[in-house]
Design a protein around this ligand. Sequence first.
Ligand SMILES: N[C@H](CCC[C@H](N)C(=O)O)C(=O)O
Length: 285
Amino acid sequence: MKFTKMHGIGNDYVYVNCFEETVSNPSAVAKFVSDRHFGIGSDGLILIKPSDVADCEMDMYNLDGSQGAMCGNGIRCVAKYAYDYGIVNKTNISVATKSGIKYLDLTLGDDGKVSLVKVNMGAPILTSRQIPVVSTKEQVIDEPLNVDGTTYHITAVSMGNPHAIVYMDDLKDLDIEKIGPKFENHIAFPDRINTEFVKVIDRHTLQMRVWERGSGETLACGTGACAVAVASTLNGLVDEDQPVTVKLLGGDLQILWNRQENLVYMTGPATTVFDGEIDVSFLEK
Ligand SMILES: N[C@H](CCC[C@H](N)C(=O)O)C(=O)O
């Protein structure tokens, strides 16, 4: 199987061009290629597929083989791959996902390849079916959640995939390896949850770490950064209708929630690391 290793500010995936390749058991392939010792090493697997409704389709799998509904860092890399490898020859493209069709604007670097991508991530979903939390423009009803004996106040926001946002005074001492799985597998989240731990730097800047459903701590989470910007607006912690810089371990993302449109825009880089080939025939169904 031919693949391309790419990342969005350190949130790295193995990408397969399914216009040319067939992957019969993506969940098993995701688990194998993601292993940083026995495989390639990544946060998961992303298949770039033909689509009848968009320029291509993104089919995303976490490191544990679970299928994700949307991936913000991943879709920027899908767009870069599609342009750089000739699947599209335009800089405004559409990508079908399990959370609907997304529209992207590509910026080219001096080498004529995609360097930066702006994604219309769609509208945030504020009524979580996992948690009876309804966030309205006037008020965010934080859900007190008992996790491992401690009560946390979370804000639930979905960007097509579920996120729980927790605000903290400092992230340095966060034992994310301990608390992350407790959130991920909490009884309140029947589909599990992505959890973002956020420190407010100022009214335009947030710092976050993330424990991703199905992948553990990643260096960045695009949908998570969007969910954090939305939650922080609703909680009155950042200025409304202003760009927010979300600082993640792997780099920064620019997020804008246009309240009139009720659309969230994410802008960030996409990077190709290397092309390769790996035998996965032993995993075929
Ligand atoms: N773990 C996520 C999918 C990947 C999201 C993240 N890598 C991003 O960039 O949005 C989930 O299961 O919902």
